[in-house]
Design a protein around this ligand. Sequence first.
Ligand code: 1HE
Length: 261
Amino acid sequence: MNSDDLELQRYGEEQEVAIVRLRRPAKRNALNDGLVLSIRNLFETLPEGVRAVVLDGEGDHFCAGLDLSELKERDAAQGLHHSRMWHAALERLQLGTVPVIAALHGAVVGGGLELASACHIRVADETTFYALPEGTRGIFVGGGGSVRIPRLIGVARMTDMMLTGRVYDAVEGERIGLAQYLVPKGQALSKALELALKVAQNAPMTNYALMHALPRIAEQPADQGYLTEALISAIAQSAPEAKARVRAFLEGKAPKVQKTP
Ligand code: 1HE
């Protein structure tokens, strides 16, 4: 299913980045079922040649969460399937083929925060604020938030956000780990694109390992984690591309690690 509310645009010299944009600014990019299904479909069928994605929201807000106008009376089974539909869509994004960088601004609330937390990197501008109003609306998170958000900020902070309706601003959000980058107003997209171009240059196997192995290793007992790490690192370093990159460094042809100015 496709929705006109989701736009894909290519970016970069080789069109290696895809900008995916939520386009319901009049409804603050609230996610109705059509949009959730479009997200799933888009990440299942990313065009050939895309090596990183930037996820953006049109207008003053990244995403106001679940479209509450669709929150009709559902029985328990329908509620379960609705939540599982969100899970499927956000899993395609998180465990897809390429890293996704969220460009955050304005409201990142409810399902909007669930969507952002499925991304691999979050860049927030100064206007960003985060909340989980589900608690005060009498509902619960259903888009994977209870799994992903505590891994970013801890169970205690998420509990507080839902119990009290606490809103974190952009500066606090970066401090507690909701975003990895904080930039001036209006610069989230350009920073996210700058990062995406870098990410797109990595060896695909490294990006795959970071997306698929790292979060799983983090969940494994240490002895299993070490083995998974050894297996994935052996696969990554055996790729011809990895050998070429290491050789380039040893021959002085690849950049050194440098402090950012
Ligand atoms: C919406 C939604 C929405 C806006 N569903 N229509 N999410 C929330 O509880 C957040 C609800 N939204 C807000 O608190 C505010 O809208 C914002 C802080 C995001 C933005 O405020 P503002 O002043 O810029 O916009 P607004 O005037 O509140 O909204 C503009 C329009 O968007 C208005 O519709 P209009 O027809 O009167 O113009 C709003 O009704 C509409 N709108 N947000 C539907 N969320 C998988 S489970 C996830 C569970 C959740 O995500 S629960 C949290 C839901």
